[in-house]
Design a binder for this molecule. Structure first.
Ligand code: NAD
Length: 388
């Protein structure tokens, strides 16, 4: 039986609603930031949404710098370059503006700029975060422009360790942004592929958190409603990117997923992380490919739970109905059914497959899977995601 003992952490102030980006200068004031570094990614920097936002800062006479050298799946050299710009500009806080990549890198700059130890010393392992000098962590205002990772309400940043091709989670409680501006209008420009991938990421967070073992009824409740919002609104946002109501609900689902996954994630993420690190695929889209295979693998452990979720979601047929709804949603969103549909010329040999399985079972998310993820199981799931 699950022990009724747990630890619950809740997010931060979220200013939610269309148009609320206009409050950016005020949010900076409340967060105590006078000279922010605006961190975004190069793709976004070219879109009108960035100059429009910077104009708000100009109008409010805020002195800011801009850093946009952020790869999707950011790497240490992005962090080093960002910290150099941060220190040179004598900044006192960060505006993290973008999808998970820019949000994570912005948070990591605010965290790491004042530390003397290498960033890898703060990986999310045991109490490693206590090695950090918490007094040197700068405040963050986070502004998501995708609706998926929920990094805006999270206490961690994901950074790819290039030498070992692994994605590492860097954690500190003070990496939680002081204020979030969640303005769904900012997500309207997302192309359908990114809308689908990020939305499926939000769904994967809710689903895996809901299925993770452990006592966390608050996370379970949040995950359940997050799943409902994603099932109902992701197809609408995908079909019509300008549907602001669907965009708003997806933005909520993203923040809810990240709030819920403090309970744990599972094998969808354990397999998706090595694929993302080795092949630079989109994180959420990779999760979406693995989702039905992992769901079937976990069936015995989660059948009743998923049947309860299906009832809440209005899906008939219990576990089987839910599994079918996942497949239908993926099809509607044009998610590839196999890894070959996601990665060009994907044909890993035995050695490569063994490496992916090895990486999956040591991924920090593997422990949250309701069925133990052995190397054999990881290899089978990989084969299934290759064969379809
Ligand atoms: P992303 O940040 O990599 O962005 C993907 C693409 O979408 C980029 O080209 C970007 O320019 C573009 N884009 C972003 N917003 C847009 C907009 N409004 N209009 C048009 N284009 C837009 O994608 P993501 O899925 O948001 O983030 C993925 C990253 O987040 C990965 O590195 C992943 O590891 C990380 N992640 C972090 C957490 C966490 O808890 N910190 C959780 C899950 C994933």
């Amino acid at each position: 039986m699950t022990k009724l003992v747990s630890k619950w952490n809740y997010p931060t102030t979220v200013r939610f609603g269309a148009g609320r980006i206009s409050e950016l200068a005020d949010a900076l004031k409340v967060a105590g930031i006078e000279r922010p570094l605006f961190v975004t990614d190069p793709g976004l920097a070219k879109l009108p949404v960035v100059p429009k936002t910077l104009k708000l800062l100009d109008d409010a006479k805020v002195k800011y710098g801009v850093f946009s050298d952020v790869k999707p799946n950011p790497v240490e050299s992005n962090l080093t370059a960002g910290i150099a710009v941060y220190n040179k500009g004598k900044h006192d806080g960060v505006i993290a503006f973008g999808g998970g990549s820019a949000l994570d890198l912005g948070k990591l700059i605010a965290f790491q700029a004042g530390q003397s130890r290498p960033v890898w010393d703060f990986e999310d392992i045991g109490d490693w975060y206590t090695r950090a000098d918490a007094s040197k962590i700068a405040p963050i205002v986070a502004v998501p422009t995708t609706a998926g990772t929920g990094s805006e309400v999270g206490r961690a940043g994901v950074l790819t360790h290039e030498a070992s091709h692994t994605k590492k989670v860097i954690f500190h409680p003070k990496m939680m942004p002081a204020i979030v501006i969640a303005d769904p209008e900012l997500t309207v420009g997302m192309p359908p592929f990114i809308t689908a991938g990020t939305g499926m990421d939000a769904l994967a967070h809710c689903l895996e958190a809901y299925c993770a073992p452990g006592y966390h009824p608050m996370a379970d409740g949040i995950a359940l409603e997050g799943m409902r919002l994603a099932f109902e609104n992701l197809p609408k946002a995908f079909a019509n990117g300008k549907d602001l109501t669907a965009r708003a609900h997806m933005m909520s689902a993203a923040a809810m997923g990240a709030t819920a996954f403090q309970k744990g994630l599972g094998a969808i993420h354990s397999l998706s992380h090595p694929i993302g690190a080795l092949y630079d695929t989109h994180h959420g889209m990779t999760n979406a490919v693995f989702m039905p295979y992992v769901l079937a693998f976990n069936r015995n452990a989660v059948e009743d739970r998923i049947a309860r979720a299906a009832a809440y979601l209005g899906i008939k047929g219990g576990f089987d109905g839910f599994a079918k709804a996942v497949l239908k949603l993926r099809k509607e969103l044009k998610v590839p059914h196999t890894l070959g549909g996601l990665i060009k010329d994907f044909n890993p040999d035995r050695k490569r497959k063994a490496l992916i399985a090895d990486m999956a079972i040591v991924d920090p998310t593997a422990g949250g899977n309701p069925v133990k993820l052995t190397k054999k199981a990881a290899a089978t799931l990989l084969d299934q995601a290759i064969a379809g």
